[in-house]
Design a protein around this ligand. Structure first.
Ligand code: BGC
Length: 517
């Protein structure tokens, strides 16, 4: 009944969007002012940029292990051993932030660099020095650090102990983050607990696309989900109770929220889109941000019923006790949101027929919905970030309505290219998506920050160095790893400087990027 009502509300939301073309059209082509106080920044993550994989006491994480044991895990057989070499080049990185004039920079801590045994019995001073140097260098120039505690690089030792499927991970993560708050919390005021839980659990435990590449879908991905939520909540409570009173910062999780639009207004397609939202990111958003907490009803019901038909003695989605539900609910000061693209969603049989079959067990057969993207959404060489700004607008509007207009920090948004300094497609993407964000803000969405992913090219996980997200290009063939601003860097700088998006601004790239006074 509740599922039907939700589908009903969702359907009318979509019809409303179609009727009032604003969420369907390309953004308005004009000079648009950004609201005062909106923070603008860029981001990276430790494994993707730091390199120095075994230097100065750092030990092995799951990506070191995966890329060294399966040397062609990545499309180009690359790895993060050296990556962008930010461990040695952090001063140049901060110089780039100053060139752009950004308010903040989001980066992540490497657990193995700080705690070589994975536990707080030994703290690696060289790792502490590195992050202190980076943070202090940023603060010298009024660039706010936004620090992700976990961006996918779990210590390999903890993986051998089961990683996120072992309930003890809640203690391990809690012990680790406490060290981070103690070491850096006097200067770091924005903490992100975990980056993209669905990607960690589904792609890492349910498929082979991310480390640890277990490919145990329908089981390991759900065990991971519950433990990860509890670990996130542990970090929140530690900060809230022991550190916030003296350090006065904010702490939140970042969820990858792609937009799922019904392929038609049939009940089944509308329900397919709603189910995908619930399975792909509601699984994490609902327990934290909804009033009732817990996994979404549709997940509990479908996975429970299918598990029983499949002969399991209990649901493959582990139950959360009332105590656990209460422990997780409300544990995020903001909605940390990563967004890249949009998908049309549908079912090729009716929902009822679908669930009368016994498929799986797997995450995808549990959600039972299919997706596609339109070829005309592709605006560059890369197929992985299709250009659908109206989907971003719909997403932000949905979050405003669904979660009581919670403040949103957009912690990643960006587009891949295959290299080159004149990245006109990326410029189009940024202008279009920022403009869609402004549409949502004008209608009341409470958006406090926007982050361009990424400051520079980096190791793009499964795709190695073949897909480039940087607004600064890096020459990975050159041991000096030179960084060069792309056209998108010039355009982003102008957006930050003028606090406007001017669709027609053309930078003069013959003038070198300088640091404005
Ligand atoms: C991740 C980044 C990644 C980006 C582009 C996000 O899912 O947080 O680490 O590089 O997407 O694929």
């Amino acid at each position: 009944m509740i599922a039907r009502m939700r589908a009903f509300v969702f359907r009318y939301f979509v019809i409303f969007c179609i009727a009032f073309a604003s969420c369907k059209e390309t953004p308005r082509q004009e000079v648009r002012r950004l609201p005062d106080g909106l923070l603008l920044g860029t981001a990276t993550a430790a494994y993707q940029v730091e390199g120095a994989w075994n230097e100065d006491g750092k030990t092995e994480n799951i990506y070191d292990y995966l890329t060294h044991t399966n040397t062609c895990y990545a499309t180009d057989c690359g790895n993060g051993d050296v990556a962008a070499n930010s461990y040695h080049m952090y001063k140049r990185d901060v110089e780039m932030m100053r060139e752009l004039g950004i308010d903040f920079y989001r980066f992540s801590l490497s657990w193995n660099r700080l705690l070589p045994t994975s536990f707080p019995d030994k703290i690696n001073q060289a790792g502490v020095d590195y992050y202190n140097n980076l943070i202090n260098e940023m603060l010298k120039y009024n660039i706010e650090p936004v620090v992700t505690l976990f961006h996918w690089d779990l210590p390999q030792k903890l993986q051998q102990l089961g990683g996120w499927t072992n309930p003890h991970v809640v203690d391990w993560f809690g012990d680790y983050v406490k060290v981070a708050f103690e070491l850096f919390g006097d200067r770091v005021k924005y903490w992100i607990t975990i980056n993209e839980p669905h990607q960690v659990c589904y792609y890492g435990y349910g498929t082979e696309m991310l480390a640890p590449a277990l490919n145990l879908t329908g089981e390991a991905d759900y065990l991971c989900a519950k433990n990860l939520l509890l670990a996130h909540a542990r970090a929140y409570h530690i900060y809230d109770q022991e550190f916030r009173p003296k350090q006065d910062g904010m702490i939140f999780i970042t969820i990858n929220t792609e937009w799922y639009e019904p392929a038609s207004d049939s009940d089944d397609d509308v329900e397919a889109a709603n189910d995908l939202i619930q399975f792909r990111w509601g699984q994490y958003a609902h327990p934290i941000y909804s009033k009732s907490g817990d996994f979404p009803d549709v997940m509990k019901k479908r996975i429970g019923e299918l598990s029983e038909k499949q002969g399991f003695l209990r649901s493959r989605l582990p139950e959360m006790s009332q105590e656990e539900i209460d422990y997780v609910r409300g544990t995020s000061d903001l909605f940390g949101l990563n967004h890249y693209s949009t998908y049309f969603s549908y079912r090729n049989v009716s929902t009822e027929q679908y669930y009368s079959q016994i498929l799986g067990p797997s995450f995808n057969s549990d959600s039972g919905a299919l997706t596609y993207q339109l070829p005309e959404w592709r605006i560059g060489e890369s197929p992985i970030t299709m250009y659908v700004p109206w989907g971003f607008y719909n997403l932000l509007t949905y979050i405003r309505n669904e979660y009581d207009n919670i403040p949103v920090f957009i912690t990643e948004n960006g587009m891949a290219t295959h290299g080159g300094l004149i990245d006109n497609d990326r410029v189009t993407y940024y202008r279009g998506y920022m403009s869609a964000m402004l549409d949502a803000i004008e209608e009341g969405s409470n958006i406090m920050g926007y982050t361009a992913w990424s400051l520079m090219d980096n190791f793009e996980w499964l795709r190695g160095y073949t897909e480039r997200f940087g607004i600064y290009e890096i020459d990975f063939e050159d041991p000096a790893r030179p960084r060069t601003p792309r056209k998108s860097a010039y355009v982003y700088k102008e957006i930050v400087r003028s606090r406007t998006i001017d669709m027609n601004y053309e930078p003069d790239m013959s003038i070198p990027m300088t640091i404005d006074a």
